[in-house]
Ligand binder design. Sequence first.
Ligand code: NAD
Length: 343
Amino acid sequence: MKFAFFDAKPYDIPGFRKYGEEHRIDFQFFDTKLSENTAGLAQGCEGVCVFVNDQVNAPVIDRLAACGVRLVALRCAGFNNVDTRYAYGKIHVVHVPTYSPHAVAEHAMAMLLTSVRRIHKAYNRTKDFNFSLTGLTGFDLNGKTVGVVGTGSIGCVFVNICRGFCMNVIAYDKFPKENSDIRYVSLEELFRESDILSFHCPLTKETYHMVDRVAIEKMKKGVVLINTSRGALIDAEALLEGIKERKIGAACLDVYEEESDIFFEDFSGHIVNDDTLARLITMPNVLVTSHQAFLTEEALDNIARTTVENIEEFFKKGACGNELCYRCGKTANCRQHKVEKCF
Ligand code: NAD
């Protein structure tokens, strides 16, 4: 079985090669992203394997279907880059619902600690034999209120990590967990009461720009924002304004709303044509990582293994438990629950 593997990175290839060989799936690795212009590379393949910044929109779906592709295997959890509604009836889509919630939650905490204790600045200073402490004053996390948006698998791990730091945890979720010891509040109250806000909900029409100018006005002065979810949860222009007005104390961004043509690539010798990102990066209280939160050995292994198992399950049974469609989970008459396939 042949699969076109888009946006292949050196850290992806060993795991997929290993599990691919075990399951007789021949991955053809392409470093280009999937788009209308590159979809033709999948000609002769049963499926494509894609990541967060590959485009799986209507024209791409049509092209893939015309190439004979039957399955889009996402090697990630989030699927905001896939038009699942358009895909319905044309092409099946599977994803990796969880691979290591710990990887992402631990990265969120790593960014928070780095930012509030100025570790990134201290590292650069001592590398240069500058042992001055001026400007490195941080604050204790102990006793601070952290507001968690989205208490799914990653959010819950993050809640527990924060409890380990003796923080006061409050949360907002559109679908709060029943019988949970998490203290849920409204989004308004979360914005009003939190010293630190961490985002762990999916990007949907509803959550797009949930942090905008109006939301920032409601927040505490000096609030620290952590986004390891999807960039467009935060209006980057509004964030920049909030930072310039000294309202936002710090921002830890593993994702950025216009990241798709920038993140994962080396632009160190180039001029980046994104003034908002460039301005954010110049701010002393903004920490940016390049969508790296998932990147642990354990997560990469789980991603490769689960993706290959998804592919095998789909082609053996004609159905897969990790299939995605716009209906799944929404309607009682969803076919996946009854006959294990969406169409
Ligand atoms: P999950 O599905 O387990 O949890 C998501 C939670 O968000 C659920 O509890 C859900 O009820 C809640 N939610 C849904 N709509 C909401 C809304 N409108 N407002 C508030 N809460 C809402 O997902 P997860 O595995 O915890 O992942 C969370 C997000 O993290 C993913 O959507 C993905 O975008 C992102 N992610 C990022 C990385 C990375 O490397 N930076 C890696 C994996 C996942």
